[in-house]
Write a protein that binds this ligand. Structure first.
Ligand code: ATP
Ligand code: MG
Length: 325
């Protein structure tokens, strides 16, 4: 039997190259060696302000991005969180095992409540509890995520330990699987690239949009003039080369930047070409999917149907262990 993995993304905006490099690309690489479950976590996405009219299109957009990046529905289950109500039921149970202090320490909560000062809601606060339920409902043994989620997976392990201690050993303690690009900085060069911060390059961006975003993106702040030697190791744009450019190009950019042989414009041009080349096949596949969205909805509904028995079985075990039924 293959080891089970679970992961998900929020339909909180267009997926971006940080989501791709930090998670999606890794998910695709794991398809053959694991029993894979991939979720679109809409109940998580309602914890920040959003337009209800856009939610369904965001969900299908995320699903199309998943599949366009190489997630094969034949080798994984892809589904929408809210189609399986056991996620929220288990979250309630886990919330009774969660000390408030543990949630107060969560970095994502601190950052998001800072970002959305007018809407610091209890859902944002208990987000990691629902995430623990997402993972443990299927007894997943590992969770491929970006670095920003590592703290939540550690929290999930703690919840599994607490449940097992109080009610009997039901849950595994899942491990975190990080990709080799676990934290991609945003175009602001300051924060993690995020859907909700608008500091991203989206997977759907055209070459014109990629260039428009790159051309104004921050580089080495001390390089004021074209004739100043640059410091690639202090430059966010140079870090992107590490993800998209060949070794020769990376070496060329580094050497030439350091002796002011090339300017930031030239460096960005090479990067833009390489990002476009990475995105082109994804976008081509996505266009095919856009023309047959019913098939994508079908994949999502099928995914939920295939997982429902497992979710229900776990909840039966949980209720029975807790003396609830
Ligand atoms: P939001 O701003 O709404 O939180 P997000 O861009 O952070 O959106 P999520 O849906 O929260 O995306 O996360 C989906 C997955 O992508 C998670 O595994 C997360 O760790 C990963 N991820 C998100 N941003 C990055 C990033 N900048 N670098 C690497 N991985 C990332
Ligand atoms: Mg996030």
């Amino acid at each position: 039997m293959k080891k089970k993995i679970f992961s998900g993304m929020q339909p909180s905006g267009r997926l971006h190259i940080g989501n791709y490099l930090g998670a999606l690309r890794n998910w695709v690489a794991l398809l053959d060696s694991y029993d894979c479950i991939f979720c679109i976590v809409d109940y998580h996405a309602i914890t920040i302000p959003y337009d209800p009219k856009e939610m369904q299109s965001r969900i299908i957009e995320a699903a199309m991005d998943y599949i366009a990046c190489g997630l094969d529905p034949k080798r994984s289950s892809i589904f929408i969180q809210s189609e399986i109500p056991e996620h929220t039921e288990l979250a309630w149970i886990f919330s009774s095992l969660t000390p408030m202090g543990m949630l107060e320490r969560m970095t994502q909560y601190k950052e998001k409540s800072e970002q959305h000062k007018k809407n610091v809601n209890a859902g944002l606060f208990t987000y990691p509890v629902l995430q623990a339920a997402d993972i443990l409902l299927y007894k997943a043994k590992a969770v491929p995520v970006g670095e920003d989620q590592a703290q939540h997976i550690e929290f999930t392990r703690e919840i599994a330990r607490r449940f097992n201690h109080h009610y009997g050993a039901i849950f595994p303690e899942p491990e975190t699987l990080l990709s080799d690009a676990a934290r991609v900085l945003g175009l602001d060069g300051e924060h993690k690239m995020s859907k909700s911060r608008h500091n991203d390059i989206a997977l759907t961006d055209s070459p014109e949009e990629v260039w428009q975003k790159l051309s104004t993106a921050k580089t080495d702040t001390q390089r004021m003039r074209r004739s100043d030697p640059g410091r690639p190791d202090m430059c966010n744009i140079f870090s992107y080369h590490g993800f998209f450019s060949s070794n020769e190009e990376i070496q060329h950019v580094k050497t030439e930047c350091e002796k002011a042989g090339i300017g930031c414009f030239d460096c960005k041009k090479i990067l833009a070409k390489n990002i476009d080349e990475t995105l082109a096949p994804i976008q081509a596949k996505r266009t095919e999917l856009e023309n047959d969205q019913d098939a994508v909805w079908h994949v999502l509904h099928q995914g939920a149907e295939s997982l429902r028995p497992t979710a229900q079985k776990t909840m039966e075990e949980v209720r029975s262990a807790m003396g609830l039924r």
